[in-house]
Write a protein that binds this ligand. Structure first.
Ligand code: SF4
Length: 622
């Protein structure tokens, strides 16, 4: 049976108060009234808990504890479960937040573009400390993980809305707008402009498919033949792992169960990646149509698109494309007049958790839970969303399925390399003249990408984000393909003026921040790596600390529960192996040195006891 689609509740979104309209005068009864409306709009469905909490934050600015208790009671969930979910996601604030919450994108590329100095400038002008709410509750300024705007940074989120191309002038104007209490809706629209920055097109970005054409072709073939075309095309997942799409869809189709689901993973959280943002902006029809084709192939009637919370600004656009497709008979019952093909799609918004890009964590989040990765097996193709067979595919993979439906598997397989068919979208950022989106047939060399992007004096390229691989100049002849350099699409360029130690340190901070905390090796390991990198940065490092970093890498690789923990040390180990002098010039001692100044740490105790004699100092103890 076709599940009801979920766009209707969102049609009245504009009638609800927004964070920027709220004031400190909103009373507890009004909180309850707003929460009740949002619960009803989401049919009091516990699987929509993350959506409900997100919408309450949008309306109230935070999640008052009495509202959490009320949500728990209405959804028949224990308070601990609801508070646990709220505490898991970065964008679900339990404590009262400011009327304007500014979060700068903490991406190394944007640091290179001056984001740290601009953030400091903003704090200075507002007379606030980073990370603190101003005393009048008006504003807070802090950092969040990369928001997917590396090609047009420095960028930030203000109350969840993306602002790009920040400059000193824009900082000054924004501070004035905040001080004057001007609602976001009347801020200059060019501040919120997000450019596509497409620099090179190939079969995907240059397609001429009209909405419905690929689906018509797939329906004409039938599910089994369409699956056959996906097999012939040798389509592999574009999220990085490169799993064969045919195998995934066939396993889902063959799995036991009445209901099946198609999930589109649009939780593009890897720092330096922004290709899905562009596909969803200009080719949402292609992505939704790819989901419908997947639904036809696996026998699903319901699709869910998990959109990263940082792309909130895309929600309205995507909802309107879904509405248009429903009106055109491309979603719903008896699609395109077919006898038995029913399929509809709903959008779920993430709430700021990088780990939800992992498919089982994403499914947990879709079910309204903390995004903790599941133990596997069983895999989602047999036990996925609501324990039913589920195929989870990347945005780009689903868009490619449309090209295959229209042109056939042989046509597609002839593009690219033997083991990597088709093309790949790359998100190029960093030290180059032309950052943006590049589409190449698989097999293109790093050197070619650098030349096209206008990069010079490049000392390193980080392929596939922090969890990927750092490539030095002697490797620029390597090819982007599953058999050589697999990539989810991020290409971060660093010229020879950059300090590769600081690049790795930024990535170490990122992983420590994003570890979900479920397993000890990753929770503790990522913090230890971050602390060791900070210790080296402070000039207290010794060779012993370098050995420790290697040990932690081996430990996390072999014992962490999911891919985040397995790869968290990659950038440190890669840069240690390829850019060792960047570390060695920070080693000021051959002996072990503690990571902090113990004598200084005791200064408060000395003050309290009124002692400052030689015996009260560690250095004098022997
Ligand atoms: Fe969570 Fe890290 Fe363990 Fe993955 S490896 S489950 S992110 S703590």
């Amino acid at each position: 049976m076709l599940m009801p689609h979920y766009s209707m509740p969102f049609e009245n979104r504009s009638q609800l108060p927004t964070r920027n309209q709220r004031g400190s005068s909103v009373s507890a009864p009004q909180h309850a009234e707003i929460a009740t409306a949002l619960l009803e709009r989401n049919r009091k469905d516990p699987t929509r808990l993350v959506q409900i909490l997100r919408e309450i934050v949008e309306a109230l600015g935070h999640l008052p504890r009495q509202v959490l208790a009320m949500v728990g009671a209405e959804l028949k969930l224990p308070y601990g479960r609801v508070a646990g979910v709220a505490g898991f996601y970065h964008f679900l604030d339990i404590d009262e937040s400011a009327r304007y919450r500014v979060l700068w994108s903490d991406n190394i590329i944007e640091h290179m573009q001056g984001s740290v100095e601009l953030c400091e400038e903003m704090c200075r002008r507002l007379w606030i400390e980073p990370g603190r709410v101003s005393e009048d509750g008006l504003v807070s300024v802090g950092y969040t993980s990369c928001i997917g705007m590396g090609d047009q940074g420095p960028a930030l989120l203000v109350n969840g809305r993306s602002v790009t191309n920040m400059t000193r002038e824009r900082v000054a104007a924004m501070v004035d707008a905040i001080r004057a209490g001007i609602p976001l809706a009347t801020w200059p629209q060019e501040w919120f402009a997000v450019a596509d920055n497409i620099r090179r097109r190939d079969i995907l970005l240059d397609h001429r498919l009209k909405p419905g054409a690929a689906l018509t072709a797939a329906l004409a073939r039938g599910p089994a033949a369409m699956l056959g075309e996906i097999l012939t095309a040798k389509l592999r997942g574009r999220g990085g792992a490169g799993f064969a799409t045919y195998q995934k869809w066939q396993a889902c189709r063959d799995a036991q169960g009445c209901a099946r689901y198609v999930v589109c993973n649009a939780d593009e959280g890897e720092p330096g990646t922004f290709k899905d943002r562009v596909l969803l902006t200009r080719d949402a029809d292609l992505v939704f149509e790819g989901m419908s084709i997947a639904g036809l192939c696996v026998g699903a009637e319901r699709g869910l698109l998990y959109l990263r919370g940082e792309y909130l600004y895309l929600r309205e656009h995507l909802e309107s494309v879904l509405g248009r497709r429903r009106s055109a008979g491309l979603l719903g019952r008896h699609i395109l007049g077919s006898d038995g093909f029913n399929f509809d799609i709903e959008i779920h918004l993430g709430a700021g958790a990088y780990v939800c890009g992992e498919e089982s964590a994403l499914i947990e989040s879709l079910e309204g839970k903390r995004g903790t990765p599941r133990s596997r097996p069983p895999f989602p193709v047999t036990h996925g969303y609501l324990d039913a067979p589920t195929t989870v595919n990347n945005v780009e993979t689903l868009a490619c399925a449309c090209l295959i439906a229209e042109n056939g598997g042989d046509w597609y397989a002839a593009i690219g390399t033997q083991k990597s068919a088709g093309t790949k979208l790359l998100s190029v950022s960093g030290d180059c003249a032309r950052p943006g989106i590049y589409e190449y047939p698989f097999g293109v060399t790093i050197a070619q990408v650098l030349a096209d992007a206008g990069a010079s004096d490049t000392q390193a390229v980080q392929v596939s984000g922090p969890s990927g691989i750092c490539v030095a100049p002697d490797e620029f002849g390597r090819r982007l393909a599953f058999e050589d350099l697999p990539s989810a699409g991020a290409i971060m360029i660093f010229d020879d003026g950059r300090d590769m130690f600081q690049v790795a340190r930024n990535f170490a901070h990122f992983f420590a921040h994003e570890s979900c905390g479920f397993c000890t090796p990753c929770r503790v390991g990522t913090s230890l790596v971050k602390n060791l990198m900070d210790k080296l940065n402070a000039g207290h490092g010794s060779p012993h600390d370098i050995d420790e970093l290697f040990k932690l890498h081996r430990l996390m690789q072999s014992t962490a529960h999911c891919g985040l923990g397995h790869t968290a040390c990659n950038p440190v180990v890669d840069t240690l192996n390829k850019f060792r002098p960047a570390y060695e010039r920070r080693l000021h001692s051959l002996e072990f040195e503690p990571g902090f100044d113990l004598d200084y740490a005791l200064s408060q105790a000395r003050q309290m006891t009124g002692r400052d004699d030689a015996g009260a100092h560690l250095a004098n103890e022997s």
